[in-house]
Ligand binder design. Structure first.
Ligand code: ARG
Length: 283
């Protein structure tokens, strides 16, 4: 399974991109006016125009990569709605709605469910607190599910019942990496050759033990790369869109035959989100 680091060109020939369909939300109302994660500092002013320009570079890159990008209308008064990954979890045409932990984000749940319903998805109302793809990641046939800060453990059972798939609970312990998608990246979700990258210190001992056993060849990233939310990335199996400043992660990706594409979302980082947070996959 490990790809020869000595010959990245040959390795990259084996990496297969599959086009993605994603949902995004323009950060028209982005700002930081409350604090629900350690990255947010409401006393520091934000630059919405800059956030929009940076977000646009991500949107444009996805189009260049051949993705289908759908847009949901931003709602005034919901500054975090740009982080579309939290809007739900969508797989097999079924959209499991989000139920946010903090009231500030509460109305985003119904807004996203309305979009899913209007676009042909079978919408399921959530019972438990869960923040969608922020905490749920499809890897191979399984769903890895984060808990500890946001999504309730009970939501993992709801997921398992809804999709008839194995759901593996991973417990997060570092408040800076409060959603699973800030601590773990899916590089290749293909069953049989699934690959991930993660930040070991973000996980409780039993979860780390499980990750090490299941993914012995996984990339582990440096604290520096994690501190710019480098893991909060989006891959099509070959192209991996990451934070531009996550240079060592980019190097490791190249060694494995992936093509990293760096983007600068520094303004959105001030809300505690990066590339993946702005991206909800529709499957
Ligand atoms: N300010 C948002 C929050 O704390 C950021 C969400 C980031 N999204 C993500 N998928 N990690 O809820």
């Amino acid at each position: 399974m490990p790809v020869a680091a000595a010959d990245p060109a040959a390795a990259s020939a084996e990496r297969v991109a599959s086009t993605r369909r994603v949902l995004m939300c323009r950060p028209e109302h982005f700002t930081v006016v409350y604090r629900i994660n350690p990255w947010m500092h409401p006393q520091v002013p934000t630059d919405t125009a800059l956030a929009l320009r940076q977000w646009q570079t991500l949107y444009d890159l996805y189009l260049e990569l051949g993705f289908t990008v759908e847009l949901i209308d931003p709602v005034a008064g919901l500054p975090d709605m740009v982080y579309a990954a939290n809007g739900g979890f969508v797989l097999d045409g079924i959209a499991y709605g989000a139920r946010f932990q903090y009231p500030e984000r509460g109305p985003e749940g119904p807004a996203y469910m309305e979009w899913f319903g209007a676009h042909g998805f079978d919408v399921r109302e959530p019972v438990s607190v869960n923040e969608g793809e922020g905490d749920f990641l499809l890897v191979g046939e399984r769903i890895l599910a984060g808990t500890g800060f946001r999504s309730d453990r009970a939501s993992h059972d709801e997921l398992a019942a809804l999709y008839g798939r194995e759901v593996v609970t991973l417990r997060l312990v570092d408040p800076e990496f409060y959603h699973l998608d800030t601590a773990l990246a899916v590089l290749d979700p293909t069953p049989g050759r699934a690959e991930i990258a993660y930040l070991p210190k973000a996980f409780a001992p039993e979860s780390l033990e499980w990750l090490r056993a299941e993914f012995p060849d996984a990339i582990t990233v440096t604290d520096e790369d994690a501190a710019v939310l480098g893991l909060n990335s989006f891959s099509d199996g070959r192209n991996v869109v990451i934070a531009r400043r996550a240079e060592d992660f980019a190097r490791q990706l190249r060694e494995r035959g992936y093509t990293p594409h760096g983007v600068d979302l520094s303004e959105l980082l001030r809300g505690g989100g990066g590339v993946k947070c702005c991206t909800l996959e529709l499957r």
